[in-house]
Design a binder for this molecule. Structure first.
Ligand SMILES: *[C@@H]1O[C@H](CO)[C@@H](O)[C@H](O)[C@H]1NC(C)=O
Ligand SMILES: *[C@@H]1O[C@H](CO)[C@@H](O)[C@H](O)[C@H]1NC(C)=O
Ligand SMILES: *[C@@H]1O[C@H](CO)[C@@H](O)[C@H](O)[C@H]1NC(C)=O
Ligand SMILES: *[C@@H]1O[C@H](CO)[C@@H](O)[C@H](O)[C@H]1NC(C)=O
Ligand SMILES: [Zn+2]
Length: 427
């Protein structure tokens, strides 16, 4: 080997070594447990809501008033949490005994379909690259589809909105849907793409009728950095991946980072290491800034009537507000539509949903995209949907449930969209 070749060889070798070293090992959840605490009384609910913001426990879900709170603990924290619950008279039981095992089972199915060239068939959770190349194919194949790049994430990934429009009347009311602002809620992305697929490729009379009266704007992955990180490194990652000053903890809860009723970490009692850290200031995250800027610009020319943000899990269909238990001015109309939508959803395979205002059925929350959508652009129909399940698997929902979740949620969303179209027809 000549000295030049040797030199090149050494450069390549050290680059490979660096890449290997830089790759963080996959986070291990062996022995982690999810405890389900009951939140039946107002007092228990308040105790658990406070624990959620002020402790470092990872609340997978809730507290939901009158139901439960699901709290993940490491083996080292479990005794402390159990004694806290006991001393507050809150009953609890194990929901998932070994989180690591649940993740390992899911990984087998996911790895089998991690080839970026694989076709999307909603039998697995796909890498971002697969989702995006599917969207590009759709745009090439269907004139009703237009991809709009609304900005870049912290790590430089594109934020892609899919506009679906059958053309014609340029003043059609519009309907926004987004998913996976929280990285680990993978079912939100598969459900958003399921809805896109129904609208674009199904040729169904339902889709044709909806597209004759509405345009859709769908952002399937609000937090692509977090989504990829949850696939490669930490399955239960929730936040963005931004580097914060003055702490080694990473990322912001993008769904606490919007500039409507935003509350600082000091005010909410959280810290940069909390899973609900709101960021140093509103829109500190490029992802939330992009959504804010895009929608505020959109509504100067488009009549945006509805905003649905997809999350998991708990099977809830929620109206604003999160920051107050007061009800929004059009609550009765919001609930009329929510009740029709959840009835249609439940009719598909019997999955039950609860509808109501976010802060009245769930813990309070500030700086969310839902409250922003109602409070800033003043969109008429605004909902957060917490998808399947109610805790049997939580975030680690088996891939066999992707299609059933898509089918039933599409039934609910299409009924909501029909109601929105009817209500705005004669405006
Ligand atoms: C787009 O069309 C090509 C060629 O017909 C086809 O192979 C591909 O599956 C289509 N993709 C989508 C997402 O419609
Ligand atoms: C939908 O209709 C188009 C054009 O009429 C056709 O090319 C396409 O194959 C149909 N798709 C399905 C899923 O039936
Ligand atoms: C950095 O964090 C420490 C510990 O939380 C705090 O005391 C200090 O004021 C912070 N400094 C800045 C510049 O925020
Ligand atoms: C929001 O829109 C509703 C219905 O169009 C209207 O009655 C209300 O005054 C608006 N609120 C604000 C703050 O602009
Ligand atoms: Zn969420």
């Amino acid at each position: 080997m000549g000295s030049q070749k040797l030199c090149l060889f050494l450069v390549v070798l050290s680059a490979v070594a660096l890449a290997v070293l830089a790759k963080e090992p996959r986070r291990n959840y062996d022995g982690y447990t999810v405890l389900r605490a009951s939140s039946v009384s107002h007092e228990d609910f308040n105790t658990l809501a406070k624990l959620r913001t002020q402790s470092s426990y990872d609340f997978w879900s809730g507290p939901v008033l009158g139901r439960t709170a699901d709290i993940m603990v490491s083996p080292g924290e479990q005794a402390e949490l159990e004694s806290f619950l006991k001393s507050n008279g809150i009953s609890y039981s194990p929901m998932i005994k070994n989180v690591g095992l649940a993740i390992a089972e899911e990984q087998e199915a996911v790895l089998a379909s991690s080839d970026p060239q694989a076709a999307m068939d909603w039998n697995s959770y796909y890498p971002l690259e697969t989702v995006y190349s599917w969207l590009e194919d759709l745009e090439r194949n269907y004139s009703s589809v237009k991809l709009i790049n609304i900005g870049k994430s912290t790590e430089g990934r594109d934020l892609i909105v899919v506009k679906i429009s059958s053309g014609g009347n340029s003043t059609k009311p519009s309907f926004w849907i987004d998913g996976t602002i929280h990285a680990r809620e993978w079912i939100a992305t598969t459900t958003a793409t399921y809805v896109i697929n129904q609208l674009v490729t199904s040729n169904s009379s339902v889709s044709a009728e909806l597209l004759s009266s509405l345009d859709f704007y769908i952002l399937p992955v609000v937090n692509p950095d977090g989504y990829e990180y949850s696939r490669t490194t930490d399955r239960l990652w929730r936040k963005t991946r931004s580097i914060l000053s003055n702490t080694s903890c990473i990322g912001v809860d993008a769904n606490r980072n919007f500039g409507y009723k935003w509350e600082s970490a000091e005010e909410s009692g959280s810290t940069p290491c909390s899973i609900t850290y709101p960021g140093a200031y509103p829109y500190s995250e490029p992802e939330t800034a992009a959504v804010n800027n895009y929608i505020l610009d959109l509504i100067t020319t488009v009549d945006l009537q509805a905003f649905i943000t997809l999350h998991s899990y708990s099977q809830l269909w929620m109206t604003p507000w999160g920051y107050t238990t007061d009800l929004p001015e059009n609550y009765n109309e919001l609930m009329r539509v929510a009740n029709k939508a959840t009835a249609a959803l439940e009719a598909v395979s019997g999955t039950t949903y609860q509808a109501g205002s976010a802060s009245n059925i769930l813990y309070g929350s500030t700086g969310t995209s839902r409250d922003w959508a109602k409070g800033v652009p003043n969109i008429t129909y605004v909902y957060t949907i917490e998808l399947r399940d109610t805790g049997r698997y939580g975030f680690v929902l088996p891939p066999e449930q992707i299609i059933p979740t898509g089918e039933e949620t599409w039934a609910g969303i299409s009924v909501a969209a029909r109601e929105v179209a009817n209500a705005t027809r004669f405006n």
